[in-house]
Design a protein around this ligand. Structure first.
Ligand code: NMX
Ligand code: MLT
Length: 391
């Protein structure tokens, strides 16, 4: 562990800042370096972007990149765990279409918990990772009205099976699979302090089960400043309505002046362009270079940064993970932005589940981190006595 963060003094100006920069725990899966961005167990994310998603999961759970035998054993293990209880899928098909897909996802995790939990953090973590593709595909198909859920074929591989179960009308499955494999690896984990991960681990610290903890963490991811920024960013790009660089710059400046968010830009920790954005810009150049909305996002990369840099309050004017992901998903056939955060959640649950396993079963020599209970400072609450008054 690097000791340069310790000891840490909490001064008044650090209160009510959303705990910005306060180290509260140790984490074994990943690190977010302000300048260099995300690393999984020490490896820079850009180096891992083309890894098998299953190998990336193994890395987060077992802290090493698997060799060939370990990877095939792990894939076998996930296949064995992949079968989702039919009742869970049936319950999903009864959910109201008025609900946002993230509300469906939270419900799906709750159904899995009700019907399938073992109560063992490691077992439940691996089960949920193996079963989420089928759950998310069922959510997607049912709520989109594409038809009945498609039978799972886990032997295809995690993302290959997911794309096959989605059965996106009119999509090029090979292209979508290429995208989803990278998308999954990029979105799995982002240190221990991001909102959804922090919430999930906090809930698990009260010894709630893995499914309830992940449901809570997905409620955190649902917020537009966190995971739902990928949905909002697609709408933001569409709203810009032009590919002319000067007009885009004016649009961003007007949005900022109106007090609205510039979606896909900024970060609480990063102080440089998010390498996960860089990987996706490159992937877009490969998969959909002529797509007009992708090209607009590329122009934003330069012009939105210019506008945000001119605003002294913004600490990071650069693109984050959500800046361009929606344009790639849309170009590969997933045109409805409302589902993008569910895809983020599908991947992120694996990182959060791995961190929950560590916090519950590994930290403090296996005793686990105690129940989260930070303190607070009471304001305008002088101690006084209440005297019962007559009527
Ligand atoms: N658009 C508009 N205002 C911004 C932006 C932005 N992209 N980035 C920062 N600011 C504002 C921020 O609201 C704050 O204003 P005020 O002092 O009036 O409250 C000020 O600039 C300073 O904020 P920072 O310290 O730079 O950023 P902070 O750590 O508070 O927030 C985000 C980080 C990510 C919430 C913020 O940059 C943001 O709202 N970005 C747009 C939403 C987004 O893309 N979120 C996705 C993050 C990644 N993810 O997937 O989770
Ligand atoms: C994430 O991937 O969780 C986001 O970049 C937000 C964060 O790290 O705070």
């Amino acid at each position: 562990m690097s000791n340069d963060l310790l000891p840490f003094t909490i001064t008044e100006d650090l209160l009510d800042t959303g705990m910005r920069g306060m180290p509260v725990s140790t984490v074994y899966t990943s690190e977010v370096d302000p300048a260099e961005g995300l690393h999984y167990v020490g490896y820079p994310i850009a180096d891992l972007a083309d890894l098998d998603p299953e190998a990336a999961i193994y890395l987060l759970f077992y802290k090493k990149i698997p060799n060939k035998a370990e990877l095939s054993g792990f894939k076998r293990e996930l296949r064995k765990r992949a079968k989702v209880d039919k009742r869970v899928i049936k319950l999903i098909t009864k959910l109201p279409v008025e609900g946002h897909p993230m509300e469906w996802l939270i419900a799906g995790l709750t159904f899995l918990g009700m019907l399938c939990k073992t109560g063992d953090y490691r077992e439940d973590a691996l089960n949920v990772v193996a079963q989420m593709p089928e759950v998310v595909a069922a959510i997607y198909r049912t709520r989109s009205g594409w038809g009945k859920p498609i039978k799972s074929e886990p032997k295809l591989g995690l993302m290959e099976n997911f794309v096959q179960m989605l059965g996106v009308p009119g999509a090029d499955a090979a292209k979508l699979t290429r995208l989803m494999r990278v998308f999954y690896v990029l979105h799995m984990d982002h240190g221990g302090g991001n909102l959804s991960t922090f919430v999930g681990k906090a809930v698990a610290s009260g010894k709630a089960d893995t499914y309830a903890s992940l449901g809570a963490s997905m409620a955190g991811l649902y917020g537009p400043l966190h995971g739902r920024a990928n949905q909002e960013c697609l709408a933001f790009l569409e709203k810009a309505g032009t590919n002319d660089p000067d007009k885009i710059e004016k649009f961003v400046a007007d949005e900022m002046a109106a007090g609205r968010s510039i979606f896909g830009f900024g970060h609480a920790v990063l102080r440089a362009e998010d390498p996960r954005a860089g990987v996706q810009y490159n992937l877009g150049a490969e998969l959909c270079p002529k797509d007009p909305l992708f090209q607009r996002a590329v122009t934003m990369r330069e012009r939105a940064v210019k506008v945000l840099k001119a605003n002294p309050k913004v600490k990071n004017p650069y693109p984050n993970v959500d800046a361009v992901s929606g344009t790639l998903l849309r170009a590969c056939g997933l045109t409805d932005g409302e589902y993008y955060t569910v895809l983020f959640g599908l991947a992120r649950c694996s990182g959060i589940a791995a961190q929950i396993v560590d916090e519950r079963l590994v930290h403090r020599n296996g005793k686990g981190v105690p129940i989260y209970r930070p303190s607070d400072i009471p304001v305008n609450q002088p101690h006084r006595r209440y005297k019962k008054r007559g009527n």
